[in-house]
Design a protein around this ligand. Structure first.
Ligand code: ADP
Ligand code: MG
Length: 689
């Protein structure tokens, strides 16, 4: 039985309704905090009442007029008069009002025929000599069901206070931290947040809530940083191999690449475990930077593992890197979930003995039987796709290897300091020369025929098209995965905005929709012309089929590759310069940017068509997609992404632990995050002494 049912007035029905809103335990309940408050501690003179502005005031009833089904009450307070109107339960209400009586009235004034009027305000008679004082009313996020079951603001406040009163919570923070940071005990803080004594104290209370949320994360990051200084090895900068590999490149490094290689090499050569994050927009050429960093370790006899989040990407890396490394006499192995058993056994034993020094793989590299003789560098590509657990598992492979994360999702500098505060940051700002920005166009349904005709002509002329759909199709067709994420600031988990009422939310559910699917597009293309050569990749295909389609596409044997977001990261087919994205509203802008980054890798003009589905878009959606179409600057897009989704869902934050932040906004509360971090740094250091 749910703990919640121990609370007064909470029966099975309400337990169920609360559970649907993500409130399952007493802890969930006391942390289901008001998202706003109505200040009813200060009285507003009637003369100063304003339409739409909540007010509370004491007054005297001057007259009562009854009309059909309607009661009008005129009240006065010496500064003016106000009209109160009641439509429902008039017979009953009539007895609650009497001329000359003192009353406390509260609500939001509206207007009727240019007259200020309050419809069904809250009211309370004031007795002789009674001292009247207002209160701060909490406004909780509610669901429609909560509202219907009368689980509303007053009730939530009541049961939250009851829970805080009746059950003991062990404070999540240590006494010393609470003292140093002058924090209230957890239960006291929560009690005040549910029932503040004044509106003025709320900002300070909220701040404490954020500090409580940030501190454990900051302490962990600082401890990790300190630990890294004590472990790991120094890898001297390679004299020979870096030059040899560099000479084998078909291009010269950009200034940014050369600088990143030099900086990373310097960190590798100093003692301690190096952990860095290499950020660079899609197509900026991060892989070669990582390879040159790998040279330092390889030359000194260490091993290097390059980890990719998908099989497709691991295969692709292996395909391009193996011949390149072979020229310098280095063999590169490939280990994925798909590697046949005998081959896998050889690989595993070669890694353990040190016979193999370079391996590319997927999360298969994490499995327990994979051991390295001397892992010196782990390169983690598209790091936002890996969970923190997997990252730790890799570090645990012994010897405290240096770790280089690579990410194509640029993170605003302020955020990088927090989210990846334990890592050294490197940014590739320039792109290889000669790249034209991808031209992005919105295509409404009536222009679809023109788009098909254009693509067909291009395709027959040797250009190739990535065609991205949000789902595979069929009953279980899953929707473009991360698109379902919504901004979460100031709302409980799994709820989204539902109505005009600022406090009403609905459980986060996606309606079934008629989305373009892999099958539909294939049929449409074939109907347009049987000459199209179309391939398919999606997550549910067996690996060899995926690989076959991708290879055929890479070799230019297909005009079109219809794909789900499996191609989102890393796929590098420079001659494919066209992309269509169906229902772009189903993707976040950062994800769209990743997808679009599959094109524009050659020197020809690339195009990206955003196909607008045949349904209404809310204006915000339109703005978001149009804003994306206007820029190719990854940093700008990352900022747009933040604005539209809130920092809680920022790529990479989940893995850092910062994704769990409910109350702190990493951008808005940047100063506070830094303050907490400085405290954590001092604290962790002094603990060591
Ligand atoms: P990303 O940063 O997205 O991982 P890649 O490392 O896959 O980018 O590089 C994208 C493409 O650019 C590859 O085809 C790569 O060979 C090429 N490339 C990388 N550096 C340069 C350069 N300095 N000049 C020209 N092409 C480059
Ligand atoms: Mg890459």
């Amino acid at each position: 039985m749910s703990d919640l049912s121990r609370l007064t007035g909470v029966g099975p029905k309400r337990v169920k309704i609360l559970a649907e809103a993500g409130i399952n335990t007493l802890r969930d309940l006391v942390y289901h905090l008001p998202r706003r408050y109505i200040d009813r501690t200060k009285f507003t003179p009637i003369a100063e009442l304003a339409v739409g502005k909540d007010a509370i005031f004491p007054c005297t009833v001057r007259s009562i007029a009854m009309a059909q089904m309607r009661m009008m009450v005129t009240v006065e307070d010496g500064t003016g008069t106000a009209e109160l109107v009641f439509f429902n339960g008039v017979q009953f209400l009539r007895n609650r009002f009497a001329e000359g009586q003192r009353m406390l009235i509260a609500g939001v004034p509206g207007s009727f025929r240019d007259q200020l009027q309050m419809v069904h305000p809250e009211f309370q008679a004031i007795k002789e000599g009674q001292e009247i004082k207002g209160e701060v009313l909490p406004r909780y996020p509610l669901t429609m069901d909560m509202s219907e079951a009368h689980v509303e603001h007053k009730f939530l406040q009541k049961i939250a206070l009851e829970a805080l009163q009746g059950f003991s919570f062990s404070d999540a923070l240590a006494e010393t931290h609470r003292r140093d940071l002058a924090l209230l005990p957890e239960a006291d803080l929560l009690r005040s947040l549910h029932k503040p004594a004044s509106a003025e104290e709320i900002p300070a209370l909220r701040r404490q809530l954020k500090v409580r949320e940030l501190l454990p994360l900051s302490l962990r990051l600082e401890a990790v940083k300190l630990e890294r200084r004590k472990v790991g090895s120094a890898w001297p900068v390679s004299e020979k191999l870096q030059n040899q590999l560099g000479a084998g490149l078909p291009f010269t490094l950009t200034a940014g690449q050369a600088e990143a290689v030099a900086e990373i090499s310097a960190f590798q050569s100093s003692p301690g475990q190096f952990c860095g994050l290499l950020m660079g927009d899609v197509g900026s050429g991060k892989t070669v930077v990582a390879m040159l960093a790998a040279a330092n370790v390889l030359e000194a006899g260490g091993q290097v593992a390059l980890m990719a989040p998908t099989e497709i990407l691991a295969n692709q890396h292996h395909e391009t890197l193996a011949p390149f490394l072979a020229k310098a006499g280095i063999r590169a192995g490939l280990l994925t979930g798909d590697t046949p058993k005998p081959e896998r056994e050889t690989l595993v034993s070669d890694l353990a003995s040190g016979a193999l020094n370079f391996v590319v793989g997927t999360h298969a590299l994490y499995s327990g039987d994979v051991k390295f003789k001397r892992l010196g560098l782990a390169i983690i590509d598209e790091q936002h796709r890996f969970g923190v657990q997997q990252r730790l598992a890799l570090s645990a492979k012994g010897g405290h290897p240096d770790i280089l994360y690579m990410s194509a999702t640029p993170i605003p500098r302020t955020l990088a300091q927090t989210v990846f505060g334990d890592l050294e940051n490197f940014v590739l700002k320039d792109k290889p020369a000669g790249r034209l920005p991808v031209k992005t166009r919105l295509v409404p349904p009536e222009k679809r025929k023109d788009m098909l005709a254009f693509l067909f002509k291009e395709a027959l002329g040797g250009n190739q098209v990535f065609w991205v759909v949000p789902q595979i199709g069929g009953k279980d067709g899953s929707i473009g995965d991360r698109s379902a994420k919504e901004p979460k600031s100031a709302r409980p988990a799994r709820l989204e905005k539902a109505s005009e009422d600022p406090d009403i939310f609905v459980p986060l559910k996606r309606p079934e929709e008629d989305l373009a699917s892999v099958g539909k597009i294939q049929a449409e293309l074939t109907a347009f012309s049987p000459e199209w050569k179309v391939g398919i990749v999606h997550g549910k295909l067996p690996a060899e089929k995926k690989e076959a389609a991708l290879n055929a596409f890479r070799k230019g044997e297909l005009h079109v590759l219809v794909a789900t977001t499996v191609i989102e990261v890393g796929v590098d087919v420079p001659q494919a310069n066209l992309m269509v994205i169906e229902s772009p509203d189903r993707f976040g802008v950062a994800q769209l940017h990743q997808l679009r980054g599959r094109t524009g890798r050659g020197t020809a003009q690339a195009w990206c068509f955003l196909s607008i589905p045949n349904r209404e878009w809310p204006i915000e959606t339109y703005d978001r997609i149009a804003g994306f179409a206007e820029t190719t600057d990854g940093f700008k897009i990352a900022e747009m992404d933040l604005k539209s989704r809130g920092t809680g869902n920022l790529e990479g934050t989940d893995q850092s632990g910062y994704g769990g932040l409910r109350f702190t906004d990493l951008i808005e509360d940047f100063e506070l995050t830094q303050e907490v971090r400085r405290y954590a740094e001092r604290d962790v250091k002094s603990a060591v002494k």
